[in-house]
Design a binder for this molecule. Structure first.
Ligand code: 13P
Length: 256
């Protein structure tokens, strides 16, 4: 199973800040053993420059969102063919911040995943329950419903090309983290749901953990058998921390 460390920069950094972070990651990751795949997701205006600077390196570039239509009168939106033309290889979809602040629905997320796969861009599909849903014991059902809505219409060979990120909403940017047991239980649940689309899907789709993951708690989380890496927010903005997470994933997943 692949291990992936992905950084979601959200709406942070200006042009110079983005360049500095990309360059720090490039120089810091040069001599690292080639275990985990490394993905960074800067904001839209910096995708082109990130792709150019990382070309030929181990760092892949993701967008944080896309529109499902190939083109059209959708002011302010960015299409999948636009991302493709820049050389972007991955795209985060369905992040809880997009669902919460921009009204993104499961159905729209499903369409975005379809559009990305059609153009050969790997979707990083986010799912996760809110605090009250976990407290009410509904977390497995909530995540199951999200997965079904997003993936239900896709053929198994397409589902096998996505990356799933489990991001409990109550853990995002809060300093609270799922315990290793909570993460493992949910990741195993997601893997069993993926298995309904075929054994290959369950075996090949990486499931990343996201939510206040940092170098202090990563070892325990990455050691879970069904956690295949992380989707990192705050700690992805500091080169040393993000590189530490890559090193930890390397140690936990590839040396034992
Ligand atoms: P934090 O790591 O800042 O909690 O953010 C996680 C996240 O939302 C990544 O997509």
């Amino acid at each position: 199973m692949r291990t992936i460390i992905a950084g979601n920069w959200k709406m942070h950094k200006d042009l110079q800040g983005a360049i500095d972070l990309v360059d720090a990651l490039l120089s810091g990751s040069k001599d690292m053993p080639a275990g985990p795949a490394v993905v960074i997701a800067p904001a839209f205006p910096f995708l082109g420059i990130a792709v150019e600077r990382t070309r030929g390196s181990r760092i892949a570039v993701a967008a944080q969102n896309c529109h499902q239509a190939a083109q059209g009168a959708y002011t302010g939106e960015v299409s999948v063919p636009m991302l493709k033309s820049l050389g972007v290889s991955h795209c985060i979809v369905g992040h809880s911040e997009r669902r919460q602040y921009f009204g993104e629905t499961d159905a729209a997320v499903g369409e975005k995943i379809g559009a990305l796969l059609e153009h050969g861009i790997t979707p990083i599909y986010c799912c996760g329950e809110r605090k009250e849903e976990r407290e009410g014991g509904r977390h497995f059902d909530v995540v199951g419903t999200q997965l079904k809505a997003a993936l239900g219409g896709l053929a198994p060979d397409r589902i096998g090309r996505i990356i799933v990120a489990y991001e409990p909403v109550w853990a995002i940017g809060t300093g609270l983290t799922a315990t290793a047991q909570q993460a493992q239980d949910m990741h195993a649940h997601i893997r069993s749901l993926l298995g309904t689309h075929g054994d290959v899907v369950a075996r090949e789709v990486p499931i990343l953990y996201g939510g206040s993951c940092n170098p202090k708690n990563a070892e325990e989380l990455f050691a879970c058998p069904d956690v295949n890496g992380g989707l990192i927010g705050g700690a992805a903005l500091i080169a040393e921390q993000f590189l530490d997470l890559v090193r930890i994933a390397q140690l936990v997943k590839h040396l034992n």
